[in-house]
Design a protein around this ligand. Structure first.
Ligand SMILES: [Zn+2]
Length: 303
């Protein structure tokens, strides 16, 4: 992990040759709160030697965009994270700012999955995930910097205009794309959900286990009706769901057509728990083999 900033293209505003900050996929504020837990310390589960002091960082955003996001992070900490604990009831409405914050996190994770890890390569769902990433990005950037987004849209229109449509279908798509670029991004098919592990019926040891881990990734349901980004920390599960109406597949399958969001989130949470348990067995072994357990013990006893 390096703290040096590097030059590149900002993932949000698209400005080129700009200094990129070491951006957190999941805000530092979250990791800070986990570190205050007794005896906890976030470790990258796959590599025991890699100690993350305050979470995973990547050169991704310019200073301006980073600052823009941090405004929403502070608001989220004040109005949600420090106000509600996961063993209590969840506020029935998600405020506009919290909604926006959840989109910024899901977007960062999805962008990283698609363009850094190259996930869903040569799989049919990649197109839907790319569309989701684009939709959130355009929506966030239009709020942050409408002028900059207009420049990006203009560039896209020029690109479309320069490419000759080959078929009738492509010509229709061309007109539709240009029309869409004249309008604000429609995110009505994208929704955020918040669940507490307690509300989902998990046991105290399971909640304890998950509260200490920070997880975030994207996945689609088997019926390909939901494209989701899930994050989990401090006893909460946050879910961004994209359900494109236009692309719903007609299935001859006799299984229930629509899975509920709660079912989706439970299935995924079970998967996360299973993963953490499996990995922690390996980690415990490595802790002893590398002598790290002793080092950590010493570190905590001296604090
Ligand atoms: Zn930027």
């Amino acid at each position: 992990m390096t703290t040096n900033n590097q030059m590149g293209t900002c993932a949000l505003c698209g400005k080129e040759n700009i200094q990129l900050m070491q951006s957190h996929l999941i805000p530092k504020a979250v990791y800070k709160r986990i570190k205050t837990f007794k005896n906890s310390r976030f470790r990258e589960m796959d590599d025991i030697q890699k100690i993350y002091q305050d979470g995973e960082k990547k050169p991704m955003l310019c200073h301006d965009c980073e600052e823009f996001f941090s405004k929403y992070e502070r608001d989220f900490c004040n109005t949600f994270l420090d106000k509600y604990t996961a063993d209590k009831l969840i506020p029935s409405t998600i405020t506009q700012n919290i909604n926006f914050y959840l989109l910024t996190v899901s977007w960062r994770i999805l962008y990283d999955d698609l363009y850094v890890y190259d996930s869903f390569k040569e799989r049919s769902e990649r197109t839907a995930f790319e569309r989701l990433e684009y939709k959130i990005r355009r929506y966030l950037n239009s709020t942050h910097s409408p002028q900059q987004q207009e420049l990006i849209d203009q560039q896209l229109i020029t690109n479309y205009a320069n490419g000759e449509p080959q078929s009738f279908g492509e010509a229709i798509a061309f007109i539709e794309n240009i029309q869409k670029l004249q309008l604000p991004e429609d995110i009505s098919e994208i929704k955020n959900y918040i669940f507490s592990l307690c509300e989902l019926g998990y046991t105290a040891p399971q909640i304890e286990l998950l509260s200490h881990c920070v997880t975030g990734y994207s996945f689609s349901t088997t019926t390909k009706q939901h494209y989701c980004v899930i994050t989990s920390y401090l006893g909460w599960i946050f879910l961004t769901v994209y359900q494109p109406k236009r692309y719903i597949q007609i299935s001859l399958d006799t299984t229930p057509y629509d899975k509920s969001i709660t079912d989706i989130v439970k299935e995924e949470t079970n998967y996360i728990i299973q993963n953490i348990v499996q990995k922690s067995i390996t980690v415990q072994k490595q802790l002893d083999e590398t002598g790290l357990r002793e080092k950590i013990k010493k570190r905590y006893s001296s604090q």
